[in-house]
Design a protein around this ligand. Structure first.
Ligand SMILES: NC(=O)c1ccc[n+]([C@@H]2O[C@H](COP(=O)([O-])OP(=O)(O)OC[C@H]3O[C@@H](n4cnc5c(N)ncnc54)[C@H](O)[C@@H]3O)[C@@H](O)[C@H]2O)c1
Length: 308
């Protein structure tokens, strides 16, 4: 089975590529390297440096494929607020272009990395898939609009589509300015021997999921789904920012008391947690517990990022 992964040189994409290669699949990565890196990539994947908005330049190199997994996106919420038109271009039009690419490659299946950001601050926690989408910012809004195009395409009956709404993803190779960035920010500060700052009182909670679990979710029943569906991919557990800090400080052998507190970030959601019942019925459950996941992440910041 040939699988095309857009954004495969990025944080989540590179773990997904590893998982696909481990499963002996034929993997083609398309990434413009705007934020990804060839350093992240497994030698067994075929790499094409290309932009999702310029598919005519690279589609011919692939010929045909069975599945297209679309992860390429701009992932900074503040950047999207400052550049809304560019966010639409990359995250909405880029997705529509990849739906077209999937058709042109004669794929039977399309998978998409959406986000819990589509729910905004809907208070009905844990948030189930049918909960109302009230995005707070352009990033979530553009993911919601991209989902609408995907559902529209699914109704045509030519493409089976699976939308995964990801909770806060953390793990090795994560960036310090994307979604779920707090863990990267703390790890980076600890690895540099600095004291990080917690925005607000630190009691805000998130549903943190380890990146290797997310990679498994994208591979789950790949090429073997009947219809089109949307799934929340999280742990359904709430963890506060202070809990994260205390665990990481302990793993790093630092005093958790050293942390500084700053003002609350404007527009920050207080609590976010996903209901994972539908994904569980589908047969997918996250497996990695928080502490071992944090340990591997911190280790990566020390060793691979060369920060120590
Ligand atoms: N990290 C999270 O916590 C999280 C949570 C929810 C959803 N997501 C979604 O998961 C996906 C992957 O996110 P990530 O955290 O790995 O981000 P990332 O920035 O590490 O990866 C995105 C990749 O896409 C590439 N890219 C960007 N624009 C491109 C373009 N126009 N053409 C081709 N390639 C392009 C980048 O170079 C990068 O390698 C994104 O769609 C993101 O919105 C991430």
């Amino acid at each position: 089975m040939r699988v095309v992964v857009t954004g495969g040189a990025g944080f989540i994409g590179s773990h997904l590529v590893e998982e696909l290669v481990r499963r002996d699949l034929d993997v083609v990565v398309v990434d413009n390297l705007s934020h990804g890196s060839l350093k992240n990539l497994s030698a067994c994947a075929h790499f094409i440096q290309g932009d999702v908005l310029e598919r005519d330049a690279w589609l011919g190199q692939i010929g045909r494929a069975d599945v297209l997994i679309h992860l390429a996106a701009q992932i900074s919420v503040p950047w999207a607020e400052a550049h809304p038109e560019d966010d639409v271009r990359i995250n909405v039009i880029g997705t529509v272009a990849m739906l077209q690419a999937a058709r042109e490659l004669q794929c039977g299946e399309f998978r998409f990395a959406s986000s819990a950001a589509v729910y905004g601050d809907n208070p009905n926690i844990p948030l189930a898939e049918e909960a109302l989408s009230i995005p707070l910012a352009y990033y979530g809004l553009d993911k919601q609009v991209a989902e609408m195009y995907i559902r529209h395409e699914a109704r045509s009956g030519q493409l089976r589509t699976t939308i995964l709404r990801l909770a806060n993803v953390y793990g090795p190779r994560q960036r310090v300015n994307g979604e779920g960035a707090v863990i990267g920010v703390f790890c980076e500060a600890l690895a540099r021997g600095q004291v990080p700052r917690i925005d607000g009182d630190g009691q805000q909670t998130r549903d943190f999921i380890y990146v290797k679990d997310v990679a498994r979710a994208f591979c789950h029943r790949l090429g073997n789904v009947d219809g089109s569906e949307v799934y929340n991919i999280g742990t359904q557990k709430a963890t506060s920012v202070v809990q994260i800090w205390r665990t990481l400080a302990r793993l790093a052998g630092k005093s958790p008391e050293a942390v500084r507190y700053g003002p609350e970030r404007p527009g920050d959601i207080r609590h976010s947690r996903l209901d994972v019942a539908r994904a569980s019925d589908w047969g997918f459950l996250a497996e990695v517990e928080l502490e071992p996941g944090l340990k591997e992440t911190y280790q990566w910041f020390i060793e691979d990022a060369g920060l120590a």
